[in-house]
Design a binder for this molecule. Structure first.
Ligand code: ARG
Length: 409
């Protein structure tokens, strides 16, 4: 008998998929749920998988791995898609695919399956990642094949005795993990409509947030966040505690229209309180310690990194090479950043580092200034020489003599 390892979330699609795959392929289904920090969605997910007909159901806690091998490199690379989206879902998919492939190999299954639809980015990330890890594995995406509408799926569930999850009553489609949460569908599909308050789960409305600011001091060591307000903690815990503090102050709500890889523009709402704070802090610290030319290149490559994560290219030489570049830069990223959280606003208000390239004696306008003001003149003369030359030409005048050379009248 054929065996298929299915990524099971406990929602309607994957619940229907268990039965549909069994019938369609005459296969037994092994359900796998990967814990990436989605919280209460995991409650009795194992029991539900077995109840809908899976022969076995595994729940794999991959939170540490997610934080260490996916979130941290993306944070250090500055990976934020199209300027706003910190890529929570996009970073989770390659890890889910990796676990599915591992379990398929252990279970001696020839196929893996997932609940992604045919018009999203997630299917691309899942399929490409799985093939990168095991090119001979077969990938099935029932929701891309069965052609059922949502009401038809509910009908299918009823007629096949599949318990319909309570989440079907929600008009929204959500996905969440440690790095953030996404909300789609319903009224949100109109990009002109303001998101209703009810869609949010991690953030308080900025209007209802405390009137007094919260200050957060974040310590980084070689690009790794180590402590919040002087308390050292593992990164998973640090992300959780930032989510709580920032969420309470209404920080981390994102409302954008983004370009999907499959050619569609879509309106997306995200909540990513910890990611927003950590990216702001990390960027501010790099600004203090990284030389200008390197910072420029890092910024350019951050966009490439965000795109590759978004586009499902995690398991590629491109990502590995960019990680190596990023790791080199992180050697300098040690220090502290102070942020003020107030009614949805997250602002860096202080930064310091033993490796700072900021030099008070050069920067100051007060006493103790060691900057050579006189040297500026010669520098500017040569810096502006091409501009001056072109300006003289177009004015029909003769070119100036090179700086430092006197003109013969
Ligand atoms: N637009 C985001 C992305 O492409 C969020 C996708 C949410 N996925 C989901 N299955 N609900 O990464």
């Amino acid at each position: 008998m054929e065996r298929i390892v299915l990524a099971y979330s406990g929602g309607l699609d994957t619940s229907v998929a268990v039965k549909w795959l069994m019938d369609r392929y005459d296969a037994e289904i092994v359900a796998v749920t990967i814990d990436l920090g989605q919280g209460k969605e995991l409650d009795d997910v194992r029991e539900r998988a077995l109840a809908v007909g899976a022969v076995r159901a595994h729940v794999v806690d991959a939170r540490e791995e997610f934080v260490r091998d996916y979130i941290l490199p993306a944070l250090q690379a500055g990976a934020v898609y199209e300027g706003h989206y910190p890529l929570a879902t996009a970073l989770g998919r390659p890890l889910i695919a990796q676990k599915l492939v591992e379990i398929a190999e252990m279970e001696d299954a020839g196929s893996i399956a997932h609940g992604c639809t045919g018009k999203g980015n997630d299917q691309v990330r899942m399929d490409v990642s799985a093939r990168a890890l095991n090119p001979s594995i077969n990938v099935v995406a029932p929701a891309r094949v069965w052609g059922m509408t949502r009401p038809e799926e509910i009908e299918y569930a009823r007629t096949h005795g599949i318990p319909v999850p309570a989440s079907v009553d929600s008009p929204y489609s959500t996905d969440s993990n440690l790095w953030g949460r996404s909300i789609e569908c319903g009224v949100l599909e109109d990009p002109w409509t303001e998101p209703p308050e009810e869609i949010y789960a991690l953030t308080r409305s900025p209007a209802e947030a405390p009137d007094d600011p919260a200050y957060v001091e974040l310590e980084f060591e070689r690009g790794v966040p180590k402590a919040v307000n002087g308390v050292a903690m593992p990164l998973t815990e640090l992300i959780n505690s930032l989510e709580t503090i920032a969420g309470a102050h209404g920080v981390g709500r994102i409302d954008m229209v983004e370009n999907r890889l499959v050619g569609i523009k879509s309106r997306e709402i995200y909540e990513a309180p910890a990611a927003v704070v950590l990216h702001a802090a990390h960027r501010a610290l790099e600004a203090l310690v990284v030389p200008r030319d390197l910072e420029r290149l890092k910024t350019d490559l951050a966009r490439r990194y965000a795109d590759l994560v978004y586009d499902g290219l995690w398991f590629t030489p491109l990502r590995e090479a960019l990680d190596a570049f990023t790791a080199k830069v992180q050697e300098q990223v040690t220090g502290e950043v102070r942020l003020r959280l107030l009614k949805g606003d997250c602002r860096v208000v202080g930064r310091k580092s033993p490796l700072a390239l900021y030099e008070p004696a050069l920067a100051t306008y007060d006493e103790g200034d060691r900057f050579d003001h006189a040297a500026a003149e010669g520098f500017i003369r040569i810096w502006g020489l091409p501009v001056e030359t072109a300006a003289s030409r177009s004015a029909g005048r003769r070119a100036p003599a090179p700086a430092g050379v006197s003109r013969d009248e």
